[in-house]
Design a protein around this ligand. Structure first.
Ligand code: FES
Length: 294
């Protein structure tokens, strides 16, 4: 018997977007430009949310969406007689839009390089939101000319477009996994667990082993062995493919830096520290267990 799962109403459209290979040429070019313009450093940390503990973008979208929708709700339920409050809310939304778009495109560019579905969905998300901005801009213009009916209608169209953009943003984070800490579901073994034969570990070179289901980076420096989670919390690259610079492990994908002993985050774009492990030797066997963040 051929059993097929029933699709949710939006799934056919999302599948169409995710398979839209015609978006790849502009998407790749844009992603490359963004990564070239926002390179590792204080500015990238600021827009990535390294200082905050997770991405900045979702908080800023609240301001844009809240302001625009607030204006439309005032149109529906009645605001002040001259519609000034609606106009002010639209102005707030327009002013909040550039930093919101900047943080979003930065997050997207760090991911699209490896995931075609993210590249395509992100482009449609951005285009949809840009259309919503345009509609609310036109709505503001109409209101200022005294055409309040047209302004409200354009705002209502903008609100519907904004909801579509919000749905796509949710799909990017919740279904396609852009943003969550990539170590959150498997931080590592809480009890002592064999990890590797210590006599086989090379000196000073990160080595990836799998402990239980968790990839762990081991780094031997003389008699000392350090261990942190090998999957970068940012976008999931293997840290053992990166380099050791002083006390830090540098991720090869986007340049995040983590303390080799504690996993502490030293530089973004990652926003979370790496889980780190206590290490002990039993004869030649290296054993690890999760280090409490405290
Ligand atoms: S995956 Fe982006 S910095 Fe490691």
């Amino acid at each position: 018997m051929n059993v097929r799962r029933q699709l949710t109403p939006a799934e056919p459209l999302m599948r169409r977007i995710e398979s839209a290979s015609e978006l790849d040429t502009p998407g790749k070019a844009l992603g490359k430009k963004v990564r070239g313009a926002i390179t590792p450093g204080p500015f990238k940390d600021a827009v990535s949310g390294t200082w905050l503990g997770h991405a900045v973008h979702p908080m800023l979208t609240d301001v844009v969406i809240g302001s625009f929708l607030g204006a439309t709700l005032l149109d529906v339920f009645g605001g002040d007689r001259r519609g000034r409050a609606s106009q002010r809310l639209i102005v707030v939304g327009i002013l909040a839009y550039p930093p919101t778009a900047l943080t979003g495109i930065n997050d997207w560019a760090d991911t699209e390089i490896a995931y075609e579905d993210v590249r395509r969905t992100g482009l449609v998300h951005a285009a949809t939101n840009a259309l919503a901005l345009t509609l609310y801009g036109a709505s503001l213009g109409a209101r200022r000319r005294g055409a309040h009916g047209a302004g409200a209608a354009l705002g209502a169209l903008g609100a519907a477009t904004l909801m579509a953009g919000g749905y796509l943003g949710g799909h990017l984070t919740l279904n396609q996994g852009v943003g969550p800490d990539r170590t959150v579901f498997d931080p590592g073994p809480p009890d002592w667990t064999p990890a590797a034969d210590g006599s086989q570990l090379p000196e000073g070179r990160p080595t990836r082993v799998v402990v239980g289901d968790t990839p762990v980076l081991l780094l031997r420096e003389g008699e000392l062995v350090f261990a942190i989670h090998d999957r970068c919390s940012h976008r999931g690259c293997s840290l053992s493919d990166g380099s050791v610079e002083g006390d830090e492990i540098v991720c090869a994908c986007h340049g995040s830096r983590f303390d080799r002993r504690t996993g502490a985050l030293k530089r973004g774009p990652a926003t979370e520290a790496q889980p780190a492990f206590q290490v002990r030797r039993r004869d030649d066997m290296i054993e690890v267990r999760l280090l409490s963040p405290d």
